[in-house]
Ligand binder design. Structure first.
Ligand code: SIN
Length: 574
């Protein structure tokens, strides 16, 4: 067992801060969660600092194709949305968190419209709604056909630009958070800011320290931990990693969602891969294998529109049975005119890559898409460290359980960003989040991975802790993490190596909890435990880094079984 090498240091190797700044609240990240939170906070808090790793619209939000789910149709109800979300989550959602999501969601989407987000409209001017996997109703609002995230991001950034000269808000782009500043230990730990690397000019350049009463992490996911993902290159798990090193509780990191239909570009294709939205199946496209057989029929009542863990698993099974590395999506019958109008970005990207969805089958295979686990939060985004909040994909708020329902991610970012902003505001007003008095002591316990080893890590994670896993494969992934962690650093520390080290630290946690979960649930298949095992595994796994040795402590919490068959919705509707 390589545990001696698997210690996670308190911080990344980095120069001492050369400058300092301060704010009441620092928001890290500029997707739907970060922008919403920052905009809401600046209405009530004196000084908000919004930092983002590259430019404002570079994160995952702008890549969201399908849409945002909310019970907006008068025929639909939050109760039905709740039911579909709980079913997709395979027994591990927090029902109260989901209730908040589905009941507050419709109003938050309407506020987005008031802010200027232009959703696609039907013939009578209402928001046009479509269906995606696991939903029993048309409840996905979309924009620009398949460019929903881009439109939401545009509207939020425009709202931010409208207030950027306001002294109450400062925006710093090209600013990578290196680590959290904290005071106290264990239960007394409290966040007091961040260390931050800025590629800037003048005073704010290089590594600095930003002090604050509260820090909100809204940094998105960790898709770049695998060789292929739908996530953009900035998705390197930075927020989860800084929280982990600072001692925050990280929950359910093994629940990775592999999107069933990612355009398959050949074995050697790495990095961000083109997503073919589930909405294409929502409009009638279907999956076939290499022999033209529609293999989703008979597998689930919703067939090609089953929850995406079911579809991804069926694809993996069919790939193994046919000895192929992909299956096909057939959208030809939808016609060129419809596909062009409804999915302009997907059609354009396919054509760029030499595929025409109107005349050809599209080769597709599952690839990493989302992480359901993350920094554990309560219903207001509070983490286990005082003053530290997490919102959106970086967080484990309880809404996704073992598998996220399609188009619930933008909604989660929106709803919980509002709640976090309101909680921070109220606590500052009550004097519960004082400004940290003194600079926090700096830990000497540090580590770093040379970024030239990133691909080795991604390959080890894909082979060992990917969609198909086993005790042996996850142990092999951990061995490789241990080997990488022990390598000497040759390049000088900088953004690429900090990101790579964040991925390494998360790889250690993810592979550890993936190895322990001896069952198949949610997005992955355990080849050595192919069944779901509620008796043993209807439970969450929580990870905390123990200090001073940096080893992981993993605990479990059992979950009460839910009877979802009794909910008076849905049976037979599909
Ligand atoms: C998709 O459009 O298929 C992705 C939407 C999502 O991840 O919720």
């Amino acid at each position: 067992m390589p545990s001696a090498h698997l210690a996670i240091p308190r911080r990344l190797t980095a120069p001492d801060p050369g400058w300092t700044t301060s704010a009441d609240v620092i928001v890290v990240g500029s997707g739907i969660a970060g922008l919403t939170c920052a905009l809401r906070l600046r209405e009530s808090v004196d000084r908000v600092l919004l930092v983002t790793k590259t430019v404002l619209d570079a994160g995952s939000t702008a890549w969201a194709q399908g849409g945002i789910a909310a019970a907006l149709d008068p025929e639909d109800s939050p109760e039905e949305h709740l039911h579909d979300t709980l079913v997709a989550g395979v027994g591990l959602c927090d029902p109260e968190a989901v209730r908040i999501l589905v009941t507050e969601g419709p109003e938050r989407v309407r506020q987005l419209v008031e802010l200027g987000a232009q959703f696609d409209r039907d013939d009578v001017g209402g928001i046009k709604l479509t269906r995606e996997g696991g939903h029993h109703r048309d409840r996905i609002a979309h924009a620009g056909g398949d460019a929903t995230g881009k439109e939401i991001e545009r509207a939020l950034i425009e709202a931010l630009y409208a207030v950027q000269h306001d002294p109450g808000i400062e925006i710093i782009e090209h600013a990578l958070v290196v680590d959290l500043l904290t005071s106290g230990e264990g239960a007394d730990a409290r966040v007091c800011g961040v260390t931050l690397h800025v590629i800037g000019e003048g005073q704010i350049d290089g590594v600095g320290a930003a002090n604050a009463r509260a820090v909100v992490l809204a940094t998105g996911g960790l898709g770049q931990i695998y060789t292929s993902t739908t996530n953009p290159s900035v998705a390197t798990g930075d927020g989860m990693a800084v929280a982990l090193r600072a001692g925050a509780r990280i929950t359910d990191l093994e629940f990775i969602q592999f999107h069933p239909t990612v355009l398959w570009l050949g074995e050697g294709s790495t990095g961000q891969q083109p997503l073919i939205s589930e909405a294409v199946r929502g409009e009638g496209a279907f999956l076939v294998d290499v022999d033209g057989v529609r293999f989703m029929q008979g597998q689930h009542e919703l067939a090609d529109l089953a929850p995406r863990d079911v579809v991804a698993r069926a694809i993996l099974r069919r790939m193994a049975e046919t000895g192929q590395d992909h299956v096909f999506l057939d959208a030809r019958h939808l016609g060129a005119e419809f596909l062009q109008r409804r999915f302009p970005s997907i059609v354009a990207r396919c054509r760029e890559l030499g595929f025409d969805p109107a005349t050809e089958l599209l080769p597709v295979a599952p690839a990493q898409h989302y992480i359901g686990g993350g920094v554990e939060t309560d219903h207001d985004g509070r983490t286990s460290i005082e003053g530290l909040y997490a919102v959106g994909e970086v967080a484990c708020s309880g809404v996704h359980g073992a598998n996220r329902l399609a188009s619930n991610s933008l909604l989660e970012g929106l709803v919980f960003a509002h709640r976090s902003a309101e909680d921070v505001t109220a606590r500052i007003a009550r004097g519960e989040l004082p400004m940290p008095a003194a600079p926090c002591p700096r830990s000497e316990d540090e580590g770093i991975l040379d970024s030239r080893h990133r691909l080795e890590l991604q390959r080890a994670m894909t082979r060992g802790s990917g969609p198909v896993r086993s005790a042996e494969s996850t142990a092999a992934a951990l061995e490789e993490c241990a080997r990488l962690a022990a390598l000497p650093m040759i390049e000088s520390a900088g953004p690429r190596s900090w990101e790579s080290t964040n991925l390494l630290h998360l790889g250690i946690v993810l592979s550890s909890v993936a190895g322990r979960r001896e069952e198949t649930r949610g997005g992955h298949v355990r080849s050595d435990f192919p069944e779901r095992d509620d008796d043993r595994w209807l439970r969450h796994q929580h990870t905390v880094v123990r200090r001073p040795d940096g080893t992981l402590s993993i605990t479990e919490t059992p979950v009460e079984p839910m009877d979802l068959t009794s909910t008076a919705t849905l049976e037979g509707e599909s």
